[in-house]
Design a protein around this ligand. Structure first.
Ligand code: PMP
Ligand code: GLU
Length: 404
């Protein structure tokens, strides 16, 4: 018998597994084994999906929901999304220019697959959400990383964007509020980037998944709303996972120029078909039902945000900017990199530090190098106040106990 050839495609060679999912899975496995781990890993609200959304899904099941739908999503949902995004971004969106997918992650994947030829470049500001560079590479494109500076609250400067552009640059990824930094671009910063976008003839991938979660006077600014020239070159990526505590329902959506949405629909039609029918029905209820649930959760996140930042800043050697949106704190822990544990293990980088923290201190945080920002760690504060207190206490005790 010949040996089976189990070689996988070389296009996967540069692709890393998602570190956010890996850290979360590790914490869950330790918990399942009876270890008392506190996880700040998952970018996932701890709240249950609001009752009226669950009720709409139950009623849907009773009336026979559960069939294939149009690839792009059921008509009332696309109309609701078009209406909502139209209001937020100050433009008119036709329902045919909306594509509903299995999570915003899926929308982004479809988009990069639809957009990129081999060697096409996409500018990704760092720190970035883990999956952007890998998705671009999977699609055959080349991520071009532009580093935001801490003193600019990690917003990239227009001149840095200009310098990163070349003849193959197709798009800029803009994620505000940002995962992992919680930074929110100001209207002036957005306007300045918009000028370069037009000058360099780029498209914009506007990942707005956290736009409803802003705090302390910060406001979300839309690049599409800068003017018709921007609206015509922006692909809006949005979804219900974060704002409505619906991560597991797997619904995200894209809205944008017709040829791009059409190409993304073709990919989806040849791969996954429609997003789950029942989840589309639940999403329709989320978008058209009462919105006070979003505000209630936002206020809870805000309280947790303030508590977590205060506790992190109390750790000698840690510096932590104030996150203004999303639900992550992103402290600088570089002072601890290179230090040793009580049993003599040197923590050579933020990955080693995080491994040691979960195993030794029973607290799971995500290493900054996964987001293109070594020397930092990401903590999600979408968890209970009790977990924040106890988890950051463990972190504090562990870090101040390091030597050297
Ligand atoms: N974009 C960003 C910045 C995110 O943090 C997430 C959450 N993982 C997503 C997109 C995708 O979210 P989902 O697939 O759950 O809609
Ligand atoms: N977006 C979340 C996070 O960053 C969920 C996990 C993922 O899809 O990466 O943690």
């Amino acid at each position: 018998m010949s040996t089976p050839n189990l070689k996988t495609a070389s296009r996967l060679d540069p692709i890393k597994p998602s570190i956010t999912l890996a850290v979360t899975a590790k914490a869950k496995a330790l918990k399942a084994a009876g270890v008392d781990v506190i996880s700040f890993g998952a970018g996932e609200p701890d709240f249950d999906t609001p009752d009226h959304i669950k009720e709409a899904a139950k009623a849907g099941l009773d009336r026979g929901v559960g069939k294939y739908t149009e690839v792009g999503g059921i008509a009332p949902l696309r109309a609701a999304i078009a209406g909502e995004l139209g209001r937020v971004h100050g433009m008119t969106i036709a329902p045919e220019h909306v594509l509903v997918s299995a999570g915003a992650k899926h929308s982004l994947f479809n988009l990069f697959m639809a957009l990129l030829d081999p060697g096409d470049e996409v500018v990704i500001p760092a720190p970035y959400w883990v999956s952007y560079p890998d998705m671009v590479m999977l699609a055959g494109g080349k991520p071009v990383i532009v580093e935001g500076r801490a003193e600019d609250d990690f917003a990239i400067r227009p001149e840095a964007l200009r310098a990163a552009c070349g003849p193959r640059t197709r798009a800029l990824v803009l994620n505000t509020p940002s995962n992992p930094t919680g930074a929110v671009y100001s209207a002036a910063q957005i306007a300045a980037l918009a000028e370069v976008v037009v000058e360099q003839n780029l498209l914009v991938v506007s990942d707005d998944i956290y736009r409803s979660l802003v705090y302390g006077g910060a406001t979300y600014s839309s690049i599409a709303a800068v003017g018709p020239e921007l609206a015509a070159r922006t692909i809006l990526i949005d979804g219900v996972s974060k704002a409505y505590a619906m991560t597991g329902w797997r619904i995200g959506y894209a809205a944008g120029p017709a040829p791009i949405i059409k190409a993304m629909s073709k990919i989806q039609g040849q791969s996954t078909s429609n997003a789950a029918h029942i989840s589309q029905v639940a999403t329709l209820a989320a978008l058209t039902g009462p919105q006070d649930c979003v505000e209630t959760m936002r206020q809870a996140f805000d309280e947790r945000r303030l508590a977590m930042v205060e506790l992190l800043r109390a750790i000698p050697g840690v510096t932590c900017r104030e996150p203004k949106g999303a639900f992550y704190a992103f402290p600088d822990v570089s002072a601890f990199v290179g230090k040793s544990t009580a049993d003599g293990k040197v923590l050579a980088d933020d990955v080693a530090l995080c491994d040691w923290l979960v195993e030794g201190a029973k607290v799971a945080v995500v290493p900054g190098s996964g987001f293109g920002a070594p020397g930092h760690v990401r903590l999600s504060y979408a968890c209970s106040m009790a977990n924040i207190r106890e988890g950051v206490r463990r972190l504090h005790e562990a870090l101040v106990g390091l030597r050297g």
